[in-house]
Design a protein around this ligand. Sequence first.
Ligand code: HEC
Length: 164
Amino acid sequence: MKRIVIILVAVFSLSVFLTSCGGGGNTGDQSATTVTAKGPYADLPADIQAMMPKGEQIYKSKCTVCHQATGAGVENVFPPLASSDYLLADKARAVAQTLNGSKLEMTVNNKKYTQEMVPQVETKEDAVAIINYVLNNFGNKGGYVTMEQVKDVVIKPRTAPAAK
Ligand code: HEC
């Protein structure tokens, strides 16, 4: 009898544990407020503001796994996009890296990064939308980048996965 009570207590506490962990997702639903004139992007040109929902959506689906939901990255592995001196120094370069990937030794906020990032998006429009989103989130007030400013960025042919 004692054993049954112990099992019941164990099952009960397990279920309390599981339910208390559930639903802890992102509670900050800001999607409805992103493109209003008074919103966080009010200082930006209208065409840049209009890209933000797309940039946000791609960021959340493709970038958070490495650069994190906060843009903080992972020290010495995935560089930060939040307050990144490297990113803010050259916006067109950031667009090019998002499009074509990057395999450099780079120093971001005094830390070295050597891992490769593979190409992330297929079109310049997508890359520009994400970088504008990044430039204006995670505490960044980085201005914006236009399609005109990246007209010389060439989309490199994707290399086929190496056959081993
Ligand atoms: C699989 C992990 C991974 C994913 C996913 C990823 N990145 Fe990166 N990213 C990296 C790594 C690693 C570097 C450093 C590359 C190097 O050293 O050349 C980097 C560098 C960068 C840089 C330049 C460095 C900086 O901090 O400013 C930018 C900009 C960037 N990524 C943007 C993005 C965007 C935008 C996305 C989503 C569309 C994305 N990345 C998705 C791993 C990733």
